[in-house]
Design a binder for this molecule. Sequence first.
Ligand code: C5P
Length: 239
Amino acid sequence: MKGALLYEGKAKKVYSMLGEEYQLILEYKDDATAFNGKKHRIFPGKGQLNNKISAHIFEYLHDQGIPSHFIQQLSATEQLVHQTHIIPIEVVVRNVATGSLTKRLGITDGRSFENPLVELYYKKDELNDPLINDDHAKLLTGIQEKELSFLKEQALLVNEQLHALFKKMDITLVDFKLEFGRLHDRTIVLSDEISPDTCRLWEKGTNRKMDKDVFRQDTGDLLEVYEAIWQRLKEDIHV
Ligand code: C5P
């Protein structure tokens, strides 16, 4: 049973789970935010879409041997997860150059990488989530060298699996962001969400954007593209 509201973020609310000390309920909200919360809009139905997309992806990754905090979907907007303490590092994997990478380094938008790039960002709204290196990550979060290596390895494994999944849907996985957390025994697992809010997804052939960039750049209907992602995902026969 759902307990007290513990935390409210930009896209999700976190509740305790009564009777289960180390489990939480995540409720996906209809809010879309961009540019560190400066742009905000409510899209009725977005929470349900991201809940089912994220649940499906975590189940798929689990089947491929990649563990996460995800336990099960509970309702249209809620999922049950193992409690983790989030490590304040955002791990971004890039297969194609776009977004902040092209702005920061002058790399041509749309350039594909033979070897994916892995980047670390410090999860800190007040600082606008700056790009950091391994030394910064260790200093700021106390994470150990071998744990950082584990994060990067897991991120690359997730990339391989998601790349294959989206390829079957005629979609290029351009880039995405992962978060990791510590279970109560300090084991590190993939956490947070994986959805069109946290991935860039381009339709093969047309390069149509099917992710939160349609909201960031006002180029399309967010609900329509998230629904299209869900329709293609649910055809995936692994379930
Ligand atoms: O903005 P940038 O190009 O660095 O984003 C890289 C990827 O990480 C994109 O898929 C974006 O949606 C995701 N991201 C995110 N949350 C952030 C920053 C980036 O989900 N705070």
